[in-house]
Design a protein around this ligand. Sequence first.
Ligand code: FE2
Ligand code: FE2
Length: 342
Amino acid sequence: MNYLVARSVMKRAVAGGHYVSSCAAAAGIRALTPLDVSAASGLEARGLSMVLIGWRRMMSTAAESSSTSAVAEKDDKSKSVTRKEEKGDVVVSSYWGISRPKVTREDGTEWPWNCFMPWETYRPDLSIDLTKHHVPKTFIDKVAYRTVKLLRIPTDIFFQRRYGCRAMMLETVAGVPGMVGGMLLHLRSLRKFEQSGGWIKALLEEAENERMHLMTMVELVQPKWYERLLVLTVQGVFFNAFFVLYMLSPKLAHRIVGYLEEEAIHSYTEFLKDIDSGAIENVPAPAIAIDYWRLPKDATLKDVITVIRADEAHHRDVNHFASDIHFQGKELRDSPAPIGYH
Ligand SMILES: [Fe+2]
Ligand SMILES: [Fe+2]
């Protein structure tokens, strides 16, 4: 088997998201594609027992000729391997030389996460002022403030005091503005041959931080099918609306986010009240939260909500600050961005 064939096979295997053993790759043995699975028996007959097929593809091939129950079984197995993959139990082909060096915690134990690394973790500033509020003065401020207050009405009606569910759903929205703003500043930087003053990174950091809030909340509350449907709809509308808004008026867009963050602080404060009163059980903190916020091993849900609320206060300040920069007739790059908070 020559090098080109092996390379093309590996390309297809990697693109298809399935796994080929590194020994097969090293030996240049051809892995099977869906079109030539039927040739597998022939290959075996020729004694090529080292041919290893990505097992996901094997599962899907088998499913074509099996019953519905087999399909369900495939799904279960597929999910279990996806989980394994996330934990790093499945070794992906090293043909491309991509591998993650072993990362350990400070105490020497293995770092279990691939979605964030120890150097991306932090301790939030819990002394941040939670009561700060931008008093709406200009027409733009008032539009932003009213918009957020209006958006809160259906949220209050739908979720009421189910704060776990409410937080999880709102975090699916909260991760959008930073990504949209960061993306548009990125495109502007490319278009205008100019630096962003660190604001691309700052806004993308915010988006990532919001997504980590969601990854934490989802450990505590599993979304129901109609909530997933709601997220799908809301994301479709909100992403596009915010994208257009940011292009038309970044000043208004950042002000709206600033007020949304003020609402988030309020929601998390109510959440904490319900934990204190016993209405919400103060369960142990999820492992992902303990590592991400460098919490003590015996941290609880209350600790997690407290640090998330501090994050929201930081987002509030950043976004009101960004809106103020625009209000003063300047560009964001004229003021250094708050990078590295997270
Ligand atoms: Fe958040
Ligand atoms: Fe936030």
